[in-house]
Structures are given as structure tokens and as C-alpha cells.
Write a protein of this length. Structure first.
Length: 87
């Protein structure tokens, strides 16, 4: 979940959230692999802003990085979900 309250400091916002059971604190990167390039104006804005990185590949896959991948762990949910967590 993304929260933006311009009138609050980060430390105040972080106080609202409890720690996740696996110990992750924040999402630091999204990388989407897709067979077709993203072309919509909305997707281009998200890519330009740095929220989402993309690459072309044979099958769709979403990689979600947590905490800068500091633990150097990887959880691959394929074939049930096209998702990889990088912890």
C-alpha cells in the first residue's frame, strides 16, 4: 500500500503500521516482464516516475523487491502465480 500525506513526516506515517510477520518494511522496486511493451500513457508515466521497471520476455512476471533486497533471499511463486518476491 502506498500512502502519501504531504503534511506528515515519514516517521509519523511509519508509526501507523505494524511490522509484517516476515520482517519486511517497504517495497523498493517493481519489475514487470511482459511479452508486449506497455504503451498506454498511464503506464509510461509510471515507468518514467521510476515506480515500475519493465522488460520484454516470453511470459508475464512481476518481481517485487522488499527493503532493497538486503536479505538476498528470493521466493518464487511460479507456476501458481507469476510473482517473485526478493527479500
Amino acid at each position: 500500500m502506498w500512502v502519501h500525506l504531504s503534511f506528515m513526516r515519514r516517521a509519523q506515517r511509519e508509526g501507523w503500521f505494524t511490522e509484517h510477520p516476515i520482517g519486511v518494511r517497504e517495497i523498493t522496486r517493481f519489475t514487470l516482464t511482459t511479452p508486449m511493451p506497455l504503451r498506454s500513457n498511464a503506464s509510461q508515466k509510471i515507468i518514467e516516475s521510476g515506480v515500475l521497471a519493465t522488460r520484454t520476455g516470453a511470459t508475464s512476471l512481476l518481481e517485487i523487491e522488499f527493503d532493497g533486497h538486503r536479505r538476498k533471499e528470493r521466493v518464487d511463486f511460479r507456476p501458481h502465480l507469476p510473482v517473485i518476491f526478493q527479500l
